[in-house]
Write a protein that binds this ligand. Sequence first.
Ligand code: PLP
Length: 437
Amino acid sequence: MHHFRYVQGRLQAENVDLESLAQRHGTPLYVYSKATVEDHFKRLDGAMNRLDHLVCYAVKANSNLAVLNTIANLGGGFDIVSGGELYRVLKAGGKAANCTFAGVGKTRAEIEYALKEGIYCFNAESEAEVRYINQVAGELGKKAPIALRVNPNVDAKTHAKITTGKSENKFGIDFESVLGAYEMIAKECPNLEIKGVQMHIGSQLTSVDPFLEAVQKVVPLVQEVKARFGLKFFSIGGGIGIVYRQSLDSGDTSWWQEQGEAAPLSVKAYADAVVPHLEQLGLRILLEPGRFMVGNAGVMLTRVLYEKRGSAKVFKIVDAGMNDLIRPTLYEGWHQIVPTTKPATDVTEKADVVGPICETGDYLAQDRDLAPVKAGDLLAVLSAGAYGFSMASNYNTRPLAAEVMVDGSKAHLVRERQTLDDILRGEHVLPDDKETA
Ligand SMILES: Cc1ncc(COP(=O)(O)O)c(C=O)c1O
């Protein structure tokens, strides 16, 4: 479900025309639909309402302050992976007490910051990290809430680069060692308070089976940890997949069926599968969705600069590159690309949509059946709300794109386009030899 549609042949976000936004703010431009974020939050939150639960949005997916503020206003919590993300959440009106802190490499400064702000829990990923949090908490005279991330060794059946719950992945503590690690905390870590168990097996899961397998495997462990050490919560992580191919006429997600796509995971199917297993725990259940919440709530607008007809391929050269949206390059992420003016015919032409960056891997689409587009046309790269802007970089000294959030008929610039001076701020040449002599 999303709120992007062709209305009288022009693509809109909610009630706002995308071409007019591109003219006002330039391209590349990220555009988010507030209503879509809200719908997604409410759907997942509602599907879990039989459980005492908290939806902790995974900030990494899209950390724009306006997105975080939208989720904070709905009562959401946050899953953070850095001190920087905690800073953003607090600036956006979120509460530290609703934040879980994930990640394998928390630094001393980050641990101290999170302790001082009073986060809900650290989700620790190794015994060494557990001991370090215990040490830092002791030095600050505090007790740190702690959960261990269990690696259940379950194949999420998603792309290798977003699989996180297999033994060969760097994440979490091996299933077989987790109980021993809780014992170690109870015996040797007086500055820690055991609070939860966490898992997250991967991202963009399109079937409920791996979730179910992981939940069924981990629930008995959670029961044992609860009985022996006392627990407040179990976090089942994020990972709910989204549809990357869809219709822009209805905004629904039925189009994938006609196209024979792998079935996306509906929130209902997800909840129906996991809730019965979680109910028996008598614990607060945390969810950490990222992509599900924002993926289909954003598009990236990019203008066609040139067309190049090579001997082997047709290239549409656009003004957005892998620095703006790295998913296609990084892990073969597939994004639907459409002109913002609805094509008059169904005629398509095979082409690569490539950016201006000096890398062969700089493409947004390859061998794509594209509507006929020419220089100057505006394209919308769909489903770019998650892991889009948040993974952008300044590679090739390209300023970060601007971001707009649409709310009904209003469009708000929620991040200004970066300037070249912004990029160079803090950078220096060596002092003149004569001055230092
Ligand atoms: C610990 C943790 N939780 C939640 C998420 C969010 O995953 P997704 O965006 O697939 O829901 C991630 C993503 O990497 C993660 O590492």
